[in-house]
Design a protein around this ligand. Structure first.
Ligand SMILES: [Zn+2]
Length: 391
């Protein structure tokens, strides 16, 4: 092939990519803004009129945009708003737990349309995954307004291998190297597989684009998990296993942990240990605490002290804000000042500006977070099987 031809081909490819990139820029601008006039889009992105018009026609055809209200005219024709249709598609997120699955269906804004937690004991068999598939369909069908589904994201209580074909380590499910092919063969439309804590951390970043760096902590029935957010992205480490804060050792001679070790943060701060129950009932725990039960007060004191000990270690390691999510978050909120004070009691941290707060925007942060990873890839035109040109 001659040099001229090669250049010609490269030119053609790069023209196509430029068109795709500009299309994505138009879509994402409207996604963030909600609605804009054609002139706003042209000015904000520095694109030509025909490029913007072409992109708007394309996405209107896919049902992602629609014409909105007319705006007051500054002379001449009255401009019309173009609106993003957040309800054009749904995305489904599934959180796998030891004894339950949490299925949440969200729209493109991230608002939960319908969601439910089902009792189903994990086992990596075809029957289990067929049941999960049936529950996903049942949940999606319960949405008040039917919409096409982008796909399904599955989040595990364990880290996913770099190649995404197995759960490399799950202390909660008490397994290692769980192959994911059985799930993929029996659940329709699986487009994303994530470690639960990373999915939840992703959700926080997604909802707060201004959050550049943070450590995200999620407290679950069985322990504590986390993720590290650097420059608005999930930090993945070298083998996709960072943020395993739950097994930071707080006392080498302490409580036995489900990982086989002793004195881990998870052993002290799981909701099971807090409530001393296999099926933690936080409402009941905090009602007893507020009613002045001495046993509950003692347990809560211990809990806050262990939590503060771990947060102090994280603060010292990362020098960044800490966000605490999960179903404990709303209950913890009234005690945050107390918790911060306990962290600041460590002399080395006493002079520091500590940013430790809760994230209560979501009650199913893991299932919603993995569903949001699909929305994010979709808007980037990077979602397997759902490229804009193929829709
Ligand atoms: Zn442990």
């Amino acid at each position: 092939m001659s040099v001229v031809n090669e250049n010609y081909q490269e030119q053609a490819v790069s023209n196509m990519s430029v068109r795709r990139i500009n299309r994505v820029r138009v879509l994402k601008l409207l996604f963030r803004a909600g609605s804009l006039t054609q002139m706003d889009i042209k000015n904000q992105l520095g694109l030509s009129g025909p490029t913007v018009t072409q992109a708007l026609q394309f996405f209107t055809g896919l049902g992602l945009l629609r014409e909105g209200d007319e705006m007051p005219s500054s002379g001449g024709r009255r401009p019309r708003l173009i609106e993003f249709r957040y309800d054009a598609f749904y995305s489904a997120g599934v959180e796998i737990r030891h004894h339950h699955v949490d299925i949440q269906v969200i729209d493109l804004r991230g608002t939960v349309v319908v969601g439910k937690v089902y009792r189903l004991v994990f086992e990596n068999t075809a029957e289990y995954w067929q049941r999960v598939n049936a529950l996903i369909k049942q949940t999606v069908a319960a949405a008040p307004v039917p919409r096409p589904l982008l796909g399904v994201g599955i989040a595990f209580p364990g880290e996913i291998s770099v190649s995404k074909n197995m759960v490399s380590r799950s202390t909660v499910l008490a397994c290692r190297n769980i192959p994911l092919n059985i799930a993929r063969e029996n659940v329709e439309n699986v487009l994303s597989v994530e470690y639960g804590a990373s999915a939840a951390g992703f959700g926080v970043v997604w909802r707060e684009p201004s959050l550049q760096n943070a450590v995200y902590i999620v407290v679950t029935n069985s322990g504590v998990a986390g993720s590290v957010i650097v420059d608005n992205r999930i930090y993945r480490g070298t083998s996709n296993k960072p943020g395993a804060f739950g097994h930071i050792v707080l006392d080498p001679n302490g409580l036995p942990c489900f990982c086989g070790g002793r004195g881990c943060w998870s052993a002290y701060c799981s909701l099971r240990n807090l409530t001393q129950s296999e099926e933690p009932d936080l409402e009941r725990f905090f009602t007893e605490l507020r009613a002045g039960s001495q046993a509950h007060i003692r347990r809560w004191e211990d809990y806050l002290n262990r939590f503060a000990q771990a947060l102090a270690n994280i603060s010292l390691s990362f020098d960044t804000g800490i966000v605490i999510g999960g179903k404990l978050a709303p209950w913890l909120e009234p005690y945050m000042e107390d918790l911060r004070r306990r962290v600041a009691d460590y002399p080395v941290l006493s002079e520091e500006e500590l940013s430790i707060r809760t994230d209560t925007a979501s009650l199913s942060p893991i299932a919603e977070g993995v569903a949001l990873t699909l929305v994010s890839s979709f808007l980037d035109d990077n979602l397997e099987g759902r490229h804009f040109d193929d829709l």
